[in-house]
Design a protein around this ligand. Structure first.
Ligand SMILES: CC(C)(COP(=O)(O)OP(=O)(O)OC[C@H]1O[C@@H](n2cnc3c(N)ncnc32)[C@H](O)[C@@H]1OP(=O)(O)O)[C@@H](O)C(=O)NCCC(=O)NCCS
Length: 166
């Protein structure tokens, strides 16, 4: 694999990060939610305005991964009432399974101060992602009816990694 660079997102990167999110969302969720609903969700959650507001937002970590200068993945970590929430972790389909997701997640959590616990939400039929998180020490702890935003209608499992938990 070409050399991997992981760094914070700047305003100049937003178009490329948005393209990664849109392509990866369609590849991951079209079969579950339908292409039209995915376009609707990603058009709103990943609008340039929304993404721009997350650059340098205090307490948040918003990263990208690049290979050969091209943006291929993104992750974000946001403060939660208890620890932090891994808000987004998306690797372009052709770059999955090469260690990029794990490296990006580890770096985002390191920059967030190695918090405890870490929680995240994952779509219940997204078995590869659930296995990825389980391999990284996360366990399913709950089910939520509104992934991402209240009223989203997107179901989610809540996963958690807590230090010292067996
Ligand atoms: C889930 C995702 C972020 C993982 O990133 P990735 O770069 O593909 O995963 P990595 O190559 O870093 O995998 C790291 C480890 O996770 C595990 N893993 C990854 N994918 C797996 C899979 N499909 N099945 C089982 N284990 C898996 C492996 O243990 C792997 O370690 P290895 O080196 O021993 O194989 C990425 O595949 C992705 O973006 N998927 C689509 C979008 C998505 O579902 N995002 C999460 C939304 S909550």
């Amino acid at each position: 694999m070409a050399a991997l660079t992981i760094r914070r997102v700047t305003p100049q990167d937003l178009d490329a990060v948005r393209r990664v999110l849109i392509e990866t969302w369609h590849a991951t969720y079209d079969a579950v939610l339908g292409a039209e609903r995915v376009a609707e969700i990603t058009g709103s959650w990943h609008s340039l305005g929304n993404l721009a507001a997350q650059v340098d937002r205090p307490g948040e970590v918003f990263l990208l991964a690049q290979t050969d200068g091209a943006v291929v993945a993104t992750a974000s970590v946001v403060p939660a009432s208890d620890g932090v929430r891994l808000g987004r972790l998306y690797v372009l389909p052709t770059f999955q399974g090469q260690g990029i997701g794990r490296a990006l997640m580890d770096e985002a959590l390191r920059l967030a101060g190695d918090p405890d616990p870490v929680t995240l939400e994952v779509e219940p039929t997204n078995a590869p992602a659930i296995r990825f998180y389980e391999a990284a020490g996360f366990r399913i702890v709950d089910r939520s009816g509104a992934c991402g935003a209240p009223g989203s209608g997107v179901e989610a499992l809540v996963m958690e990694r807590r230090r010292g938990a067996g």
